[in-house]
Ligand binder design. Structure first.
Ligand SMILES: [Zn+2]
Length: 319
């Protein structure tokens, strides 16, 4: 799932190309009876309202709150997109094709969209186009979402803090001034929780998921199953420093494309080539003891912690 660095990369890159463009038309193939009556474009009735409220409006900016991308448009509402498991936003030239009943791809068996550009937008992970915004420069903003979990809705301007998706998000380690004492207070609200799960709870701290929690805990020498009540202030301080460091590193590398995530031009981020621990089960630990300068002799292991897989080294990350 895209985490803070991936969502930041998407919002930043889209903010370089979308402002000033007008949305002329919207298309979607999302349609799910499960979402009937809910404020999401997966409900066809809501989608009709959505089209009416965004068509003809100019894009003013693209920002981020937690793992949500916010597209601020002229008029009284903002488009909120949560990319969830496999979604990512792309920008380029696209064309609608008629249904191909012979196609082996289910999404091509009814009308579908493909890029007309050569290059990274052709990456197979970019082919699951579920939502298309046609823009005034004849280009398109599209959402590729293989597993169809993404959420797209409108929120009234000024209501961001009242809206469930955006109100119930903890402080942002990059955008907010999250101090050591704030962080300590947050962790201590879950004294008996397991630190990995506490870090990934979006209502406590925004933007951290599986990848960056594993990396930050490894850097800090903290076991993913330790409870905040058993952590010292120094450990919490070190952890916050490393969370900020690893998230910034993720942004610098344009996000992580080990799975579906791609940048808006279709290219891969590069953070997956800089993992020290995430999905490195069986690899030698490369952690260096800051006091002795010696490399840890441990091996990376994988263990399910609170339903999520944690990758860590039980030699230098002891409980
Ligand atoms: Zn180690």
């Amino acid at each position: 799932m895209p985490e803070l660095p991936e969502v930041t990369t998407t919002a930043q890159k889209l903010n370089e190309c979308l402002p000033g463009l007008k949305i002329t038309k919207v298309w979607t193939s999302y349609n799910s009876s499960y979402f009937k009556g809910k404020n999401q474009i997966k409900d066809p009735n809501y989608f009709k309202k959505f089209c009416k409220n965004v068509s003809g409006h100019k894009i003013e900016s693209v920002t981020r709150i937690g793992k949500n991308v916010l597209i601020n448009i002229s008029g009284p509402q903002t488009i909120l997109i949560h990319m969830k498991m496999t979604g990512h936003l792309l920008f380029g030239k696209y064309k609608k094709f008629p249904a191909d009943k012979q196609s082996k791809r289910p999404e091509e068996q009814s009308n579908y969209w493909r890029t007309t550009e050569t290059g990274p937008l052709q990456d197979q992970f970019n082919h699951y186009i579920r939502l298309v915004f046609e823009l005034s420069n004849k280009k398109h903003l599209v959402l590729s979402d293989a597993r169809k979990f993404a959420k797209v809705t409108l929120i009234p301007d000024g209501d961001i803090k009242k809206f469930k998706d955006t109100a119930e998000i903890g402080p942002d380690p990059i955008m907010d001034k999250l101090s050591n004492s704030d962080f300590e207070k947050i962790l201590n609200t879950k004294p008996n929780g397991r630190i990995k799960n506490v870090l990934m709870d979006q209502t406590l701290i925004a933007g951290i998921g599986n990848i960056y929690s594993d990396e930050a805990l490894w850097m800090s020498g903290i076991h993913p199953e330790i409870s905040p009540k058993n952590m010292t202030s120094d450990e919490m301080k070190k952890l916050l420093k490393n969370i900020k460091k690893v998230l910034k590193k993720g942004i610098d590398f344009g996000g992580d494309s080990m799975s579906d995530y791609r940048q808006p031009d279709g290219t891969r981020g590069d953070f997956q080539n800089h993992h020290q621990v995430y999905r490195k089960k069986g690899s030698k630990c490369t952690w260096k003891n800051p006091e002795t300068g010696n490399t840890c002799p441990g091996i990376i292991i994988r263990k399910v912690v609170g339903g999520r897989s944690a990758h860590f080294c039980d030699t230098h990350q002891k409980i």
